[in-house]
Design a protein around this ligand. Structure first.
Ligand SMILES: C[S@@+](CC[C@H](N)C(=O)[O-])C[C@H]1O[C@@H](n2cnc3c(N)ncnc32)[C@H](O)[C@@H]1O
Length: 240
């Protein structure tokens, strides 16, 4: 298996293939089941669910962290006044600009932490809605704390942050659900593969809770259910 130096290196190389079809966009950001793009109904259901939870509408500006190739971002552009999206993988941002652009959607290539630092200095935007979809697995608790501190700096206690699709350590055996898959997981642990074969970090709900409690933020966690997944959770963090 290919070796990676860090997550940024992983994302630069992983599924970095030319995009010719809409299906390639799904493949690029692993929105697949059994190597096929997830069904359109499921894709629509996910986006609808996000829009409902965040109460997105034509008056809202959404900040999307780790937007990938803009597959979902573009859909939020149809609902919101403005979407400001960021991702650090050059080929994904290029793909987003080429295939998923819209007048009210802007794509930035940056690490989310640097991006939020810059946003903090920009007094012309005061967003309150934030989304991170299927990406917390590539961060550690100290990063989450930093992200949340920056959100507080930018938005005060007004903000809502939806973190979708976090691998939940407490239900990981739903994913490693055969002796072979368990063995695979044990082997990865023994090898110390930091990418965990690309899955990233299995978060313990208590780790998220601890960070939120430290910053006096409210949290709500809910496990996803099939057909979305049976091993990931969604987390809603609010300042008030
Ligand atoms: C599984 S993809 C999800 C993409 C998109 N949210 C979606 O649901 O289609 C994870 C994304 O996180 C991005 N990413 C991971 N860590 C990042 C960081 N520290 N700053 C910016 N982007 C990051 C990767 O480049 C990749 O595009």
């Amino acid at each position: 298996m290919e070796q990676f130096n860090d997550w940024e290196d992983f994302w630069k190389k992983w599924h970095n293939v030319p995009v010719a079809t809409e299906a390639d966009l799904y493949y690029q950001v692993a929105k697949t089941i059994n190597k096929e793009p997830i069904k359109k109904e499921i894709f629509d259901l996910i986006n609808k669910n996000i829009a409902e939870i965040l109460k997105l509408d034509k008056n809202e500006t959404l900040i999307e962290l780790c937007c990938g190739n803009g597959l979902c971002t573009y859909e939020f552009g149809k609902i919101c006044k403005q979407v400001i999206a960021v991702d650090y993988s050059p080929h994904l941002i290029e793909t987003a600009k080429q295939h998923k652009s819209a007048p009210n959607v802007t794509y930035h290539r940056a690490n989310v932490l640097d991006f939020l630092e810059d946003l903090k200095k920009d007094t012309s935007v005061k967003p309150t809605k934030y989304l991170m979809n299927d990406s917390l697995a590539y961060f550690e608790p100290k990063d989450l704390e930093q992200i949340l501190r920056l959100m507080i700096d930018i938005s005060g206690r007004e903000f809502v942050f939806l973190i979708r699709g976090v691998p939940n350590d407490e239900i990981k055996w739903n994913y490693y659900n055969t002796p072979e898959r368990r063995q695979f997981y044990d082997d990865l642990q023994a090898k110390g593969d930091f990418t965990n074969a690309g899955m990233g970090k299995w978060w313990k709900p208590a780790e998220i809770q601890e960070v939120c409690d430290k910053l006096q933020l409210n949290w709500k966690m809910q496990n996803q259910v099939p057909p979305i997944s049976n091993y990931r959770m969604d987390v809603l963090i609010t300042g008030k």
